[in-house]
Design a protein around this ligand. Structure first.
Ligand SMILES: [Zn+2]
Length: 390
């Protein structure tokens, strides 16, 4: 259902009275919100993205005279390609990174197929060898969209998957690779670099904001902290080597050589230590959770237990975790992070995540944070109906 339609235009001279707008209002039965913004005006554009929850963008704005494009190529590249880059940047920053998904319809041109090799042209016809500047701007944008999709799929998006799928994929692909040689480099100062990447993976699974405290990430993703998993892998490997008398390293482990350099941390010293301490991943995790001091900590009695909500749709799962951690795109934090100027809610008091949940006369949930955390049916309905993009 169309909640709001935002029309952005790059030409001047429109006043919101165009017949096509009136027709769109008739079809949708909604009053449309109209903005006249040049797509080359980056600030104006991102202001619109900040003000509305945008699920879908239909991008038709372009210059399209073939003859003129041959005379004014730079003007065409700027009007068509640069404007699309601005729009995509606004979308990626404001829409995709927050919701994990975005949708776009882009009006390209059949010119991208070049001189036809057969007729009628269908979608499997080869593209490229475009004969004019107008067509080349459209072709360039198509290539750009393809590249962005590929990069986002590889690097950051959730692909619309639920948290269970993301967690399993992360364990199978990311964590197993990171831990493959853990016993060798566990003691290295470079492990921190790997941990940073593993923590970003946990952020993708849980959908929490960047400033969320790191202690939350393993608990929400139900994957124990990287440094503890590494210790466990080291202990396991050490035990395996001890149990294999045929291996050449075995006699060395039985009577290890003296330490020569302080900076070296061979597996026999760390493995032996972990074994003699009877290191347990789950115990160490519980102890570190007990000693942390973060808001809403009492929601979690044991960090080893999987929290509710893993099978929820992406939007509700992400919202839920942002309320659990108290870190979301509420007005107060958006001001703190430098995105907006006004920290207040529509009810005129500072809008924190807990204000929305517990105090706000417009939005509050009567069940409180503990019912929200347990995802009661009422909590799920509240999350689904909440009209805010947090
Ligand atoms: Zn409020």
């Amino acid at each position: 259902m169309v909640q709001a339609m935002i029309i952005m235009w790059m030409c001047s001279g429109l006043d919101g009275q165009a017949p096509s707008l009136k027709r769109a209002e008739q079809i949708t039965g909604k009053t449309l919100i109209f903005y006249q913004v040049d797509l080359l005006d980056k600030d104006g554009l991102s202001e619109i993205f900040k003000q509305h929850k945008i699920d879908f963008v239909i991008h038709f704005a372009a210059m399209k005279a073939v003859g003129e494009s041959m005379q004014k190529p730079l003007f065409y590249y700027k009007s068509n390609v640069v404007s699309t880059i601005n729009l995509l940047e606004a979308m990626i920053i404001m829409v995709m990174k927050e919701n994990g998904v975005y949708n776009m319809v882009f009006s390209s041109s059949c010119v991208v197929y070049g001189n036809p090799q057969y007729l009628p042209i269908d979608e499997s016809h080869p593209i490229g060898h475009v004969p004019n500047v107008y067509g080349r701007t459209k072709f360039a944008i198509e290539q750009m969209l393809e590249d962005i999709c590929r990069a986002e799929k590889l690097a950051g998006s959730s692909w619309g998957s639920d948290a269970n799928t993301l967690r399993t994929s992360a364990l199978a692909l990311v964590f197993s690779t990171a831990e493959y040689c853990a016993p060798v480099w566990e003691g290295s100062c470079h492990t921190k670099l790997i941990d940073t990447q593993l923590n970003s993976t946990l952020r993708i699974i849980t959908g929490v904001c960047q400033p969320t405290r790191i202690d939350w990430l393993p608990v929400l993703a139900h994957i124990s902290p990287p440094e503890l998993r590494r210790k466990e892998a080291t202990k396991k490997m050490y035990q395996k080597l001890l149990d294999s008398p045929d291996l050449e390293i075995n006699p060395i482990l039985q009577s290890p050589p003296n330490h020569r350099l302080k900076s070296r941390k061979p597996i026999w010293s760390r493995g032996n230590q972990l074994l003699s301490q009877n290191f347990s991943n789950s115990e160490a995790w519980t102890n570190s959770w007990i000693s942390t001091d973060i808001p809403n900590k009492n929601l979690i009695t044991s960090p080893n237990v999987k929290i509710p909500g893993f099978s929820l749709p992406r939007r509700e799962w992400v919202l839920l975790n942002r309320f659990r951690t108290g870190q979301g795109r509420c007005a107060e934090l958006m001001k703190l992070w430098g995105y907006t100027k006004d920290p207040n809610c529509a009810c005129n008091v500072p809008q924190s995540m807990s204000h929305i949940l517990d105090d706000c006369p417009l939005y509050k949930f009567n069940g409180g944070i503990s019912n929200l955390h347990s995802v009661t049916p009422e909590a799920l309905n509240w999350l689904k109906d909440l009209p805010l993009r947090l």
